[in-house]
Design a binder for this molecule. Structure first.
Ligand SMILES: *Cc1c(COP(=O)(O)O)cnc(C)c1O
Length: 351
């Protein structure tokens, strides 16, 4: 840290992303990427013409992509926001809506706390229940605070039923309720269907997980058009060209291959059931997941030791610090072959 940094940032602890190894070939089950490539339409969407056009700025309003997303999800284009990854959207939401404070679970996506601190917001972390579920009662009566819920939650994978999300929306008409649906395509039910009913709902999605485009950086969100216009105010005050031309093209192309991505999600769901069953048979506690990962722990070994042993065997998984997560690791669901290699290694480590 230099002596020049603004004092308000000197105590800030940045988010620590999962390891992205260079060179050495690992089976990569640590950052919830898709094990499958982007769809055929995406792969052919960028040619020499599109590359030549890189001399031009991208469309700051992202009209083509927003229209396509609107059609795909049956919402009006002015209720769609897009930016450089959903992290970017979360950042704008914290920037815009956190004045009265923020509430989110104590065990959830680590970036929420980072953004709360970055924007100087008062925040409160509500402890998860003993079974790691989110307690609805903790989120009623929040009086205008930004409420942030990942659904399914990370790193637990637990899905909160929509009727519970609806209770939170009804109880907090003066709060923006942000539902982070990064993993919704792996088995949950989207809050999108509540959109017309609640003006305080903000649904955030990403192309990074189910659409195999983590490296393209593309996130999108749905809300009432007033909320979308607030997010645009933040974006246009930060970086209007936050999505590059290639990503805009890839994002639109991906929407043409609905069946391909639904097929991949189905494979992940099947593999998740297979991995859950095999791990449980080995004595692991595995939390029932609706995401493309499972949270699993074994009484015989600490989570960090288990992750280290896996790494020695060429497999990356993710351990998170925190007392209640001590024995657990978050394991991304890869291909069936990758997961068989993982299970083989797990058996060696435990045995
Ligand atoms: C992966 C993830 C994100 C970030 O997604 P990007 O679109 O790649 O920025 C957001 N929220 C949760 C809960 C995630 O797990």
């Amino acid at each position: 840290m230099s002596r020049f940094i603004n004092k308000k940032y000197s105590d800030l602890t940045a988010y620590t992303p999962g390891e992205q190894p260079l060179g050495v070939k690992y089976i990569k089950l640590n950052t919830n990427e898709s094990p499958y490539p982007p769809s055929p339409s995406v792969l052919v969407s960028i040619g020499y013409g599109e590359l030549s056009d890189l001399r031009l700025y991208s469309d700051p309003d992202c009209r083509g992509l927003r229209r396509a997303l609107g059609e795909f999800y049956s919402v009006e284009a002015d209720g769609v926001f897009v930016s450089n990854g959903s992290d970017d959207i979360l950042n704008f939401a914290f920037m815009a809506f956190s004045e009265k404070g923020v509430v989110f679970p104590d065990i959830t996506y680590g970036f929420y706390e980072v953004y709360a601190k970055l924007h100087g917001a008062k925040y409160e972390k509500k402890p998860l229940c003993d079974d790691f579920s989110i307690k609805t009662e903790d989120y009623l009566d929040q009086n205008g605070k930004l409420i942030v819920i990942a659904n399914p939650n990370a790193p637990t994978g637990i899905f909160k039923e929509l009727c519970e999300i609806e209770k939170i929306l009804v109880a907090n008409p003066d709060s923006v309720v942000l539902v982070d649906e990064a993993y919704i395509d792996f088995g949950g039910e989207s809050a999108l269907k509540l959109l017309g009913k609640y003006k305080n709902l903000l649904v955030v999605r990403t192309y990074s997980k189910s659409r195999s485009l983590a490296g393209a950086r593309l996130g999108f969100a749905f809300a009432d058009k007033e909320i979308i216009s607030d997010l645009n105010k933040m974006k246009f005050s930060t970086n209007p060209y936050s999505i590059n031309r290639m990503t805009l093209i890839a994002g639109e192309a991906a929407l043409k291959d609905r069946e391909y991505y639904e097929g991949n999600a189905k494979k992940i769901i099947e593999t998740r059931a297979f991995v859950t069953e095999k791990l449980r048979a080995m004595g692991f506690e595995v939390i029932e997941s609706r995401a493309n990962f499972v949270l699993a722990g074994h009484g015989k070994i600490s989570g960090s030791d288990f992750a280290e042993e896996m790494k020695k065997r060429g497999i990356l998984i993710r351990h998170f610090s925190g007392e209640r997560l001590e024995k657990y690791n978050r394991i991304t669901i890869g291909t069936r072959a990758e997961m068989e290699a993982f299970l083989f290694a797990a058996e060696k480590i435990i045995g």
